[in-house]
Design a protein around this ligand. Sequence first.
Ligand code: ZN
Length: 381
Amino acid sequence: MSFCFIILAGGISHRFSSNRSKPYQKIGGKSLIEIIVNKANNLKEIKKILIVFNKKDKKKLMNLKLKNIDKIQGGKSRQESTQIALKKLVKSKKIKNVLIHDAARPNFSIKLLKLIIKNMKNAKAVIPIIEVQDAIKQKYDSSLNEYIVGKNRNEFFLTQTPQCFKLHEIYGLHKNRKNKYKDDDLSLFLDLNGVKFVSGEKNNFKITVKQDFDNLKQILKSKMRTGIGFDIHRLVPKRKLYLGGIKINSKIGTLGHSDGDPVLHAIIDSLLGATKLGDIGRLFPDKNKKFKDIRSTKLLNEVIIKLNNLGYFINNIDVNIITQTPKIKKYQKKIEKLICKICNINNNQINIKGKSTEKLGIIGKEKAIACEVVSTVLSYD
Ligand code: ZN
């Protein structure tokens, strides 16, 4: 089954008091759109991701580092934007099913996506729903503020996204002018034959006001994990010296199976620790010839891809590089810049400190360089 994941990011965020549109608000260094794309990329059934954007956000969207994503400018309303996306997909003929999702709902789980896709095998639509837990009243006349009390909440439920449909079915319903669109695409169905409902997720709430965003931050923070890393390498003649991925002019360099960069090794170990993925030796064994003299920047890059694929992103990294010489201050900015690039983080998420041991011990006698790191990661799934 081939699916396209449509992300509706064409709204104007009326109720959200910020200069930046909601889909581009960041949390842990990632925008809501990036978080959603990353999750959708986890499923092999999803062959295409299509972002429907608002014209005024075009530049912001183009600035995001998103790979293999289609983009299309949306319309004046949610329905118009959806129609534009569906029309494009119908023409391509490769896609049979669509998942239509609001960019303001970044906190769905990959498990929910899998459940929806699985249920599409024998349905024409699959919709995640939430039971109503609060008491419901209906406004009888909103201008008079008169209420009919005692509506039975069991007769109601709330619909979320992603909502999944057979592409031609939903496109047909959109084209039929008789159908009234109300808030979401399920509203176009006149009867619910072939529509399956699955349990939605309370945490997959729609970010509408600032407080929703703060709640999302709290949820993600509660899933924050910490890792610690340490590494030390002997200094010997006739070896190059790499620290934090930067080559440093020196008569002596670090001994190691790889390029012997204690900074990147300690960062890798701290990240693997935070995500319970073992340690650097297990991932890149020094018995393996493949890793002989390999640049540690490549190893860190591999680890970052692994983490991102599992839904983890770096929250912050704090580094102590312990040397007698060289003094780290001179290289600090350059190292930070390189690590930010590999880890896809901003420079306010990393801190590099140089420490000496006051000429004490093997580090003080310039026989070794050590590094210690603490890092925290966020899990978006
Ligand atoms: Zn090492």
